[in-house]
Design a protein around this ligand. Sequence first.
Ligand SMILES: [Zn+2]
Length: 121
Amino acid sequence: MGILDKVSGAGRNVSDKTKNMSELSNLKRKIQYENDRIMEIFSDMGQSYYKNPEDLDTLKSYCDDIDTRRRRIKKMKFEYQTIKGYKTCPKCGAEVMEKFQFCGVCGSKLPDLNDDDDFAV
Ligand SMILES: [Zn+2]
């Protein structure tokens, strides 16, 4: 019985919970990355406008890029909340069971994946 046998044996006991945990930290990292990129794009956009305010095509392409990333973040946030089984109130930040439509703390309507509402970046 070598050390390799012990390692592979432990690997088989990895529970769903552990799997979810690593998925969650993965998602968190990806959301953080997209948020950072958006901030960079905002800054590039400002520079581009400063240098050439007439170039609306370039500014538009920055906006499209931001929109795409925000949609990506929104999807990942819902994925994150689905794994965890709750959603976060956009107004007060309370954690609310996923099946609820309204926040139990402040009474705000909770976002839906199909909503096109704005969300915090
Ligand atoms: Zn709330």
